[in-house]
Design a protein around this ligand. Structure first.
Ligand code: ISE
Length: 336
């Protein structure tokens, strides 16, 4: 296969970013369709994408052909329908996080893929492709600083869009730590507790944040997550890993520093699209490479289900103030 023809579903912030990424930086792939019900938005994303066609629905594009693989970047509530369509068509798919908004729908996707007897879908947990997270993963496994004792995570957004609801603090944001803590420790999240910091009075009225989420893994690691979505100054995702013989910090703001007029400072990220740009590039390039070889790697729909189950417990913990145990179904054969 020469160029992998990718249909990108959703032309919002993330979809448009992926269209640009595939067109400008990814080798061996091109965007053949941009699928988006808001056709003006689709046309805007198509402007610098030579040869890309625009459709309102995935079915319409599949019927017309010219698709080797699908990248789903629509809002989470539309993911299940999108994946059911790509599974029916037998198309390799990368679905942005979260897999689906709840464990019940995530399980339906898992069962549909299991019924086909092989993997088609990769879930877009891009942090697993971030250089520093990968280094930390390897350090934990190598035990060269001794055993990992705990993780201290900070996840800060300048602001959030109007459609962001209070439960999305867990299902759209802490969802990343829920996946990455399991990836780093190799152990599922057993229980979650959520505390509230003093409420930020400048946050949108519907949000009660910042919050402190405490994730406990089956293996006994405690990870605390400061989730803060009204910090205004910029976008930060940092982690300190506590080991028996030292500490490793990842995600610290880097880049050049200027000293001028009695002040010094540098630039901070304003969005995840720049903070994780290299991770997204690496993730999509790897997906394209393995798809062309007829293989599926990376986070599976089972990983997506485990995260959705933990998110459900996280939302309950946030609403009740209680420590909530996560309930998981048994893994289906494809994911053992
Ligand atoms: C957003 O959807 C993301 O995935 C970002 O990585 C996260 O930082 C943000 O909180 C979410 O809303």
């Amino acid at each position: 296969m020469s160029e992998l023809k990718v249909a990108v579903v959703g032309a919002g912030m993330m979809g448009a970013d992926h269209v640009k990424r595939i067109t400008q930086r990814i080798k061996g792939a091109q965007v053949s369709w941009i699928i988006e019900p808001d056709l003006a938005r689709a046309q805007a994303a198509a402007i610098d994408t030579p040869g890309a066609k625009v459709a309102a629905t995935l079915d319409e594009a599949i019927n017309k052909g010219d698709i080797d693989a699908v990248l789903i970047a629509s809002p989470g509530q539309f993911h299940e329908a999108g994946m059911m369509t790509t599974l029916k068509a037998g198309l390799p798919t990368l679905c942005e996080k979260p897999l689906t908004p709840d464990p019940e729908s995530a399980l339906r996707v898992v069962e549909a893929e299991q019924a086909l007897g092989k993997r088609f879908i990769q879930v877009g947990f891009m942090r697993r492709y971030d250089k520093e997270y990968m280094e930390l993963h390897d350090l934990i496994a190598a035990k060269s600083m001794g055993e990992l004792l705990g993780l201290r995570c900070q996840h800060r957004n300048p602001s959030v869009q109007d459609s962001y609801t209070n439960s999305m603090l867990i299902t759209d944001s802490v969802v990343h730590e829920i996946d990455i803590v399991r990836y780093l420790t190799g152990s599922v999240i057993k229980a979650i507790e959520v505390k509230h910091f003093r409420r930020n009075s400048t946050a949108p009225e519907r949000l009660n944040e910042p919050i402190l989420a405490l994730l406990e893994t089956e293996s006994g690691i405690l990870a605390d997550v400061e989730m803060n979505v009204s910090v205004k100054f910029g976008y930060q995702v940092k982690t300190e890993a506590l080991f028996e013989n030292g500490i490793m910090e990842i995600g610290r703001t880097s880049g050049s520093t200027k000293w001028q007029n009695g002040k010094f400072g540098g630039e901070e990220h304003l969005s995840y699209t720049t903070r994780f740009n290299d991770a997204y590039d690496f993730e999509i390039q790897q997906w394209v490479n393995s798809t062309k070889l007829g293989q599926v790697h990376g986070p599976s729909v089972w990983d997506g289900y485990l995260v959705a189950a933990a998110c459900k417990a996280g939302v309950e913990a946030m609403e009740t103030g209680k420590r909530v145990d996560v309930k998981y179904e048994k893994a289906l054969p494809l994911y053992k």
